[in-house]
Ligand binder design. Structure first.
Ligand code: SF4
Length: 463
């Protein structure tokens, strides 16, 4: 049996896509390799959001060349593959396959084309014949680039090969209809494509029946999901009411599509985790406008107030980009003010990274923020966030939380997550993995907790 190894970079959508590719390959006779040296197919599933991430991938593909032997295929998939296209075939010591996110259904045929082997027994492979279809092509050296956009491809009917029996990503949507001026995603993943509710609910039901306790609905702007007369709150409610489901999360919502109806579902459905990741990106209206985020700080803060009114102990997190071109000191300070006002439990904080082809790169050169200033802005923001996070989490020490045990911790013991998505490490039997246990939080590093198993019940959340 042939073996495939997939290394994943970037966001949860890529983690989910790697599970999808493993599923497609499994249907075609491949098993999963634990390490690249054991694999006949080595794929690096990539992210294009930041230049730094792309450079890391180029370096990693270079390292993977040591596993090349006759018949081994090395490929790059995902957003970076879509962005750089056939140019990648000649980078990092040579790549055999470059494949964008809409073409995974054709992975087995592409591998057969590269190795010169007859394709596996026929199966429905969708709408992307290779080569010769738009966007597909062979280049020198026998490498193959498959870069078609397919406005209908949402991978219905494919069973992913799940890597976790505890928490399952369920993609409900691919692509994005927003056009934030800094973001490459719509150019590499195309427009929004929503899955049918029947299919999503059937997948959730089968996961729960298989014993998976946590479901995470996934989409680039997950709450803009809609299908005929269904909207996202209705979908979330139906998922939350699936018999046997214990925890439901969703990520990442866009503030514009965040409605009172969604808050009402979050507050009233006991299985929906009282946790929300709502990317804000900036705390100043002029910057938000130039980012084309399509909301004001006032509107964002109003939505935070809705959710806090309905769920007072909601756990909040966000994304922020500093040093967007033209961001003034005052605009940056406004972002710090917003962080102080909201007091997020967690935050993913970045410096602006120019992405070729995005509108923000066409802003006048003199608006670029010098590296030293950008770095200083990022560091101050991180420092502020860490102080706030430490204050919030220190106040939670002593609390008893219901924790879903996910895995053995790297430094010994078990690791799990609270309903609020906070990481806790504690001693316990590995047989508890996949179970819910009560854990008293005994200390915090700031971002994570140490704890101990207890018979005491968690305090009921106020909703
Ligand atoms: S909403 Fe904006 S930031 Fe998010 S994926 Fe779409 S374009 Fe990118």
């Amino acid at each position: 049996m042939k073996k495939a190894y997939i290394e994943t970079y970037g966001c949860q959508m890529n983690v989910s896509d790697s599970e999808l590719m493993h599923g497609i390959l499994a249907e075609n006779g491949y098993s999963a390799a634990e390490a690249p040296e054991d694999a006949d197919v080595i794929l690096v599933n990539t992210c294009a959001i930041r230049e730094h991430a792309e450079q890391r991938v180029i370096g990693r593909v270079g390292q993977l060349q040591q596993y090349r032997r006759p018949g081994v295929v090395i490929g790059v998939t995902g957003c970076m593959a879509q962005r750089l296209g056939p140019d990648l075939l000649n980078r990092a010591g040579g790549v055999d396959l470059v494949m964008g996110p809409d073409a995974y259904r054709t992975l087995p045929e592409a591998l057969s084309a590269i190795t010169g082997k007859a394709p596996q027994p026929p199966r429905e492979t969708g709408r992307l014949p290779i080569p010769g279809a738009t966007g597909a092509g062979m280049t020198g050296g026998g490498g193959l680039a498959v870069l078609n956009f397919d406005p209908f491809e949402n991978y219905e009917g494919i069973a992913p090969r799940r890597t976790s029996a505890v928490s399952a990503w369920v993609p409900v949507q691919r692509g994005c209809n927003y056009r934030c001026t800094y973001c490459i995603v719509p150019y590499v993943r195309g427009d929004e494509k929503n899955r049918r509710p029947e299919e999503i609910l059937a997948e959730v039901a089968s996961l729960v029946e298989a014993g998976v306790p946590e479901i995470v609905l996934l989409g680039q702007t997950v709450n803009s999901w809609e299908h005929e007369d269904w909207n996202f709150p209705r979908l979330l409610r139906e998922v939350a009411r699936t018999a046997g489901v214990r925890r439901v999360r969703f990520t990442s919502p866009h503030p514009n599509d965040f409605t009172r109806e969604l808050v009402e579902v979050m507050a009233s459905e006991p299985t929906v985790c009282k946790q929300l990741h709502l990317p804000v990106q900036s705390g100043h209206d002029r910057t938000l406008k130039r980012m084309l985020r399509r909301y004001s700080t006032e509107q964002y803060l109003e939505k935070i107030s809705w959710v806090r009114e309905a769920i007072p102990d909601i756990v909040l997190s966000t994304d922020v980009i500093v040093a967007f071109p033209g961001e003034t000191d005052a605009e940056y300070e406004a972002t710090l003010d917003l962080m102080r006002a909201v007091r997020f439990d967690d935050a993913y904080l970045y410096r602006y990274s120019p992405r070729e082809g995005t509108p923000a790169t066409r802003l006048p050169e003199d608006q670029r923020i010098p590296d030293a200033v950008a770095q200083e802005r990022l560091e101050r923001l991180i420092d502020l966030h860490r102080v706030i996070q430490m204050e919030i989490n220190t106040a939670e020490v002593g609390r008893v939380e219901e924790v879903l045990v996910e895995k053995e911790a790297k430094r010994g013991g078990l690791q799990g997550k609270t309903e609020g998505n906070k990481v806790v490490v504690f001693d316990g039997d590995p047989g508890l993995i996949g179970r819910f246990v009560n854990v008293r939080l005994t200390s915090t590093s700031g971002s994570t907790f140490a704890g101990e198993l207890t018979d005491e019940e968690p305090l009921q959340r106020v909703a």
